[in-house]
Every structure is written in structure tokens, then in C-alpha cells.
Design a protein around this ligand. Sequence first.
Ligand code: 5GP
Ligand code: ZN
Length: 115
Amino acid sequence: MAQDCLFCKIIAGEIPATVVYEDDDVVAFKDISPQAPVHVLIVPRAHIERLSDATEADASLLGKIVLAGNRVARLSGVAKSGYRLIANTGPDGGQEVFHVHFHVLGGKRLGRMVS
Ligand code: 5GP
Ligand code: ZN
């Protein structure tokens, strides 16, 4: 656990969050400021600051996060309607919390960000 990391504290149960899924590798909890009817954050238990710090050793973990996204979508009822899995990375990517996390957004038609 990294000192002063918000998501490490949520993972440790030191800061409350609404956990919707967890396993040995990841924890998924509702975003405190939802941008869509379904807005869940998936975080690895391991503290990795940003996606650009991930290495080959994290390949399996990153795959598990994507599969956890599928599971969260099913649990949230948006597997069929669809969802978006996003990782904001670094300052230009809009990352505010420096512990890798993927947003699962769904429950409404999301605007296109890339065309
Ligand atoms: P980022 O901008 O780094 O991709 O996303 C950080 C996300 O963390 C934001 O969507 C923000 O609403 C969420 N967040 C910030 N603080 C908390 C918190 O204390 N609890 C929860 N559940 N989400 C948080
Ligand atoms: Zn952390």
C-alpha cells in the first residue's frame, strides 16, 4: 500500500466506498461523482501509479481488469446495452488519482470522444 494514496486506502477499507465486485487482484467500486447512471472504477490491488508504468509483468493483471469490466457490466445490467472502459493516463489524459483505474461507464448513450 502506498502512503497517501486514496485508492489504496479504499482497497484497505480505511475510506468507505460502495464495492460492487472484488477478487484477489482487483476491487471495483462506485465513483463518488458519477458521470453516467453506471459509473464504477476498477482498480488493481497493487499500487501502480499510471498505466504508462505497467510492464510485461502486469500483462495478466491488465487482462483481468478488462474481464472484471465485463463482470461489473453484467452485475450493473449494462452488458447488453453496452458500456465504455476508460483509463485516463497522466496529466494530458486527465488522470487525477495516481493509482491505475479503469472507469466503467454505461446506462446511457455516451457521446463520442474519438471519431
Ligand atoms: P481520474 O480523473 O483520475 O481518471 O478519475 C478519478 C475518479 O475518482 C473520478 O471520477 C472521481 O470522481 C473519483 N473519486 C475521487 N475521489 C473519490 C473517492 O473518495 N471515492 C470514490 N468512490 N471515487 C472517488
Ligand atoms: Zn494506491
